[in-house]
Design a protein around this ligand. Sequence first.
Ligand code: ADP
Ligand code: MG
Length: 404
Amino acid sequence: MATPIPSLNQLVSQATGLFKQMFGDEAPKIAACAPGRVNLIGEHTDYNDGYVLPMALPLVTVVAGSASPGREASIITASEHADEPRRIDLRLPNEGFSPSAGLPKEGLPLAPGLPYWANYVRGVIHHYRAHPLPGFRAVVVSSVPLGAGLSSSASLEVALYTFLQQLKPDDGDKISKAVACQQAEQTHAGVPCGIMDQLVSVLGLEGHALLIDCRPLESIPVPLTDPGLVFLITNSNVKHSLASSKYALRREQCENAAAILGKASLRDATMKELEASRDHLGDVAYRRARHVIGEISRTVRAAEYLKQGAYQEFGKVMVESHNSLRDLYEVSCKDLDDLVEAAMEVEGVFGSRMTGGGFGGCTITLLKWQVIDRTIQHVQERYGGSATFYVATPSGGARALQLS
Ligand code: ADP
Ligand code: MG
């Protein structure tokens, strides 16, 4: 069976209970939520100025709290998987503070440090676009599994940013908000991430995936309304410790390949140009670039297939994407390959691939509703029983929540 997903109301009452318990009797006055995401296709293309096709999930992070006197912020996470301590207390920046002044020096309140999870909080406050903020107390609860490739990190950043907007509004520009959250992850959590996760967490649309062009940061909603179909997430429940350093290395390899090809980014290179420069590039750069150029074109075609209801074709490019990530980009692993292979053995499954950065995490599979139970059972048996499943219902983006 697929894992049941708690409702937003359940998360809000969990947050309210924790807030009262930790900060005294009063209930929180403001709250916001932001979703995790799953990417249907377009992997490792966002930081190459390419296309991605993610959807926002019903898995969400909720931040609830109240303004408080003074210049302090206290934030508590309910997550058992966050590193200790789960409460942090920070001094907020004064009037005139600007993130462009650079990263705060060690010892200053918003400098990156321990606990690690708080770097996402420090980063979002640092990059918030309307200082000074009033003091506040808040709690964080989430149904997005941490570190599973469903972007708990972006959902935390965007939920917190949306919470801060209730305390002290910024200009409301959604793209700038996503960029501020991406910067928070880059400068404070040390992850050189692309823009996909934050953008879809901000812009997600119920019943739709988003085809995002990561160069102009424009997105086109792609309806996912066929009741006979489902996207199924399978969590391998493995995470490899070198994932983030390998991510950074891939990013560097792409930048080098683009430079050798004389392009601003791999978005501007064609397969023909790549083949012509194969000897210059060397084997590794060639294969990395080949994945990216092929994946960008697959993503655009995939969005078209979805619009036309051409699910066989969509499934086929999913598998091509997986094979390219496995063989050319080398970010898959045995668990993910096994999950894809097992899913593809079930009749009624159109396609399957690893999703997210790789080296563990999840796969995404497109299948007919009728075969969902059979698919879960078959994959579970073949994989050895330790995978978990979520139905990926395309959901809305970040929003403020009314507390009664
Ligand atoms: P993913 O985004 O795929 O879940 P990441 O490694 O990018 O994986 O981000 C996971 C990290 O984000 C966690 O280890 C933790 O530091 C932080 N994080 C995410 N959600 C929460 C939360 N609800 N509470 C505390 N920390 C969180
Ligand atoms: Mg993340």
